[in-house]
Design a protein. Structure first.
Length: 471
C-alpha cells in the first residue's frame, strides 16, 4: 500500500474580534520517508500554507504512521508565523486513519515549551563575562576599565560631580585655534595691501583677461585692451568694437566690426585706422582719397592697386569707371580689374617681389583717347565676402600722357597707410602712396599681383579707377 495523504486544515482568528488573521504556517518533515510496498520516497521537504482572508489554510501532507512507512516515528515540524503573534514551533504526527480533514488544532500542543535566557553565575564580574550591579544599580568601580593602572578621574578643572564646561576652561592652544585677535590682524593686513575703491597705486603685476575702462568725459565709447599677438590681428576668439591688441612687431590692431574673430584694422603711423568700406548699395566709390589724379610721366604698363574693405555684410561690384580729363594719344587704352588681398590680417604689409594679391576678375580695356567718363561692365558681378580686403587695379597700356580722375571725384585728403619714405603722415597729397604697383603689365592682368614698387619719384600712385556697388 502507498503512504496515505491527508488534508490538514486550520483557522486563525483574532480572539477579541473573531476576524481572520494574516500569516503563514510551514510544515517541515523531520526525516525522509519511504514506502516499503511501492518503494516511493518522500524526502525532507518544507511546505508552506498561506492564510486566506478568513484566516484559514489547508495543505495536503503525508501521514507519518502507515504500517509500510520507513522509518517509523517521523514527524512534521510546524512553525506558525501569524501577524501580531509570537512565533510558535511544535511537532505533530499526521495520522493515516480517519476520513475528511485533519484539524491542526487537534494535533497541536496547548502550551509550547517556554525558552528562557540565562547567564551563568560564574560569568558575573569575571573577565570576558558580564559586569555585576551594586545596590544602586551601578557597575562597581572595580569592574570598570583602568588603563595602565591609572586612578579614575575624580574631578575636572577643580570641580567634581556633574562638571559642565565653563568660560575659560580651554585656551586657543588647547583646541588648535589662532590666538585672540589674530583674525582681525590678518584682515587689517590684507586691507592695507589692497587697492582702495577710489584709487591707489598697484606695485605688482596686474593679471586679467582684459582691461576695460569707463573713460573720461569725451572718451566714453567702449574700449578694451584684450592682449597681444605674435604678428597681426587675432585669428580666433570673439571680440567687440573698440577692442585692441598690440602685436610683437609694435603694431596696434583695433576691432572695427564685432565678431569671431571680427574685423581688425591696423593703426597707421599717422594715427588714423585706414579702412575704406563702400557702404551704400547703388553708389559709386572713387579711390580712398577721392581726388583728381594726373599722369604726367612714364606710366605705361604700370599696374597699380589700392585696397578696399567689404565691411560686415560684404559687397557686390558690377561696374568700374574712370574719367578722362585730358585725352591720351589716339588708340590709347586702359585695363582694369579686381584682386583679393592675400594677407587679410595686414593688407598694407608688402614686399617687392612677393605675391600680394590674386586676380578676381579682369574687366578688359576701354579707350582713353577722348575726354569723358569710361566704364567697364563686369560680365558677372563680383561678390566680395564679408570682412574681406580686396583691391581695385588699373593700368594704362599705351605710351604718352594724359589726365585721369575717378568719375565721382570727391576731393579731400587721407593719411597714407603704406608707410615708408613716401608717406605724408598729416594729409595724403600728390606723389604720396595710396597704391602699390607692378611694372611690365602690357596684356591681360596677371593671376598673381607681385608688387615691384610702392611709390616712384615723379609718379602719382593712383590709377583713377572707381567701383560701383550693386549689392
Amino acid at each position: 500500500m502507498a503512504i496515505t495523504l491527508r488534508t490538514v486544515a486550520a483557522s486563525y482568528l483574532n480572539p477579541s474580534t473573531g476576524v481572520g488573521l494574516l500569516g503563514s504556517v510551514t510544515f517541515s518533515l523531520s526525516a525522509a520517508m519511504s514506502d516499503a510496498s511501492s518503494g516511493a520516497i518522500y524526502p525532507e521537504v518544507s511546505l508552506t500554507a498561506q492564510l486566506d482572508a478568513s484566516g484559514s489554510m489547508s495543505i495536503v501532507l503525508a501521514a507519518n504512521d502507515d504500517s509500510t512507512t520507513l522509518p517509523q516515528g517521523t514527524v512534521w515540524e510546524v512553525q506558525e508565523l501569524i501577524a501580531g503573534c509570537p512565533v510558535r514551533r511544535y511537532s505533530v504526527s499526521i495520522p493515516s486513519a480517519g476520513t475528511g480533514n485533519v484539524e491542526l488544532a487537534s494535533l497541536a500542543p496547548t502550551i509550547s515549551n517556554p525558552v528562557y535566557a540565562y547567564v551563568l553565575a560564574t560569568a558575573v564580574g569575571a573577565a570576558d563575562g558580564v559586569a555585576s550591579l551594586d545596590a544602586g544599580g551601578q557597575v562597581p568601580a572595580g569592574e570598570l576599565g583602568n588603563a595602565a593602572g591609572l586612578a579614575p578621574v575624580q574631578s575636572v578643572f577643580g570641580r567634581s560631580g556633574a562638571v559642565v564646561a565653563a568660560a575659560g576652561d580651554y585656551t586657543a592652544a588647547d583646541v588648535g585655534a589662532d590666538p585672540a585677535g589674530a583674525a582681525a590682524a590678518a584682515q587689517a593686513a590684507a586691507e592695507a595691501a589692497s587697492l582702495p575703491l577710489t584709487g591707489g597705486t598697484l606695485t605688482g603685476a596686474l593679471v586679467a583677461p582684459d582691461v576695460s575702462v569707463s573713460g573720461l568725459t569725451g572718451a566714453t565709447a567702449p574700449s578694451r585692451y584684450v592682449g597681444g599677438t605674435t604678428l597681426g590681428a587675432p585669428s580666433s576668439g570673439t571680440f567687440a568694437v573698440g577692442d585692441f591688441v598690440i602685436d610683437q612687431s609694435g603694431a596696434v590692431w583695433i576691432c572695427t566690426f564685432a565678431g569671431t574673430p571680427g574685423t581688425w584694422t591696423r593703426s597707421t603711423s599717422g594715427g588714423v585706422p585706414w579702412q575704406f568700406v563702400p557702404a551704400v548699395v547703388g553708389a559709386w566709390y572713387p579711390n580712398p582719397m577721392g581726388r583728381t589724379i594726373s599722369f604726367w610721366g612714364p606710366n605705361q604698363d604700370l599696374l597699380q592697386l589700392w585696397p578696399f574693405h567689404s565691411g560686415p555684410s560684404g559687397v557686390t561690384i558690377d561696374l568700374l569707371d574712370t574719367a578722362v580729363h585730358v585725352a591720351w594719344p589716339t588708340g590709347s587704352i586702359m585695363r582694369a580689374g579686381l584682386y583679393q588681398v592675400l594677407d587679410q590680417s595686414d593688407p598694407f604689409a608688402w614686399t617687392a617681389g612677393t605675391a600680394w594679391a590674386t586676380l578676381l576678375v579682369d574687366a578688359g580695356t576701354v579707350g582713353i583717347d577722348a575726354v569723358g567718363v569710361q566704364q567697364w561692365t563686369l560680365a558677372t558681378p563680383q561678390a566680395i565676402p564679408p570682412s574681406t580686403w580686396f583691391a581695385v587695379g588699373g593700368v594704362v597700356q599705351s605710351a604718352g600722357s594724359g589726365q585721369l580722375a575717378v568719375a565721382n571725384d570727391g576731393g579731400g585728403s587721407i593719411p597714407s597707410p603704406w608707410g615708408g619714405s613716401g608717406q605724408n603722415p598729416g594729409a595724403y597729397q600728390d606723389n604720396y602712396r595710396i597704391a602699390i604697383g607692378a611694372t611690365g603689365v602690357s596684356g591681360a592682368l596677371p593671376a598673381t599681383f607681385v608688387p615691384s614698387t610702392g611709390g616712384l619719384p615723379g609718379i602719382v600712385n593712383d590709377n583713377g579707377v572707381g567701383i560701383h556697388r550693386s549689392a
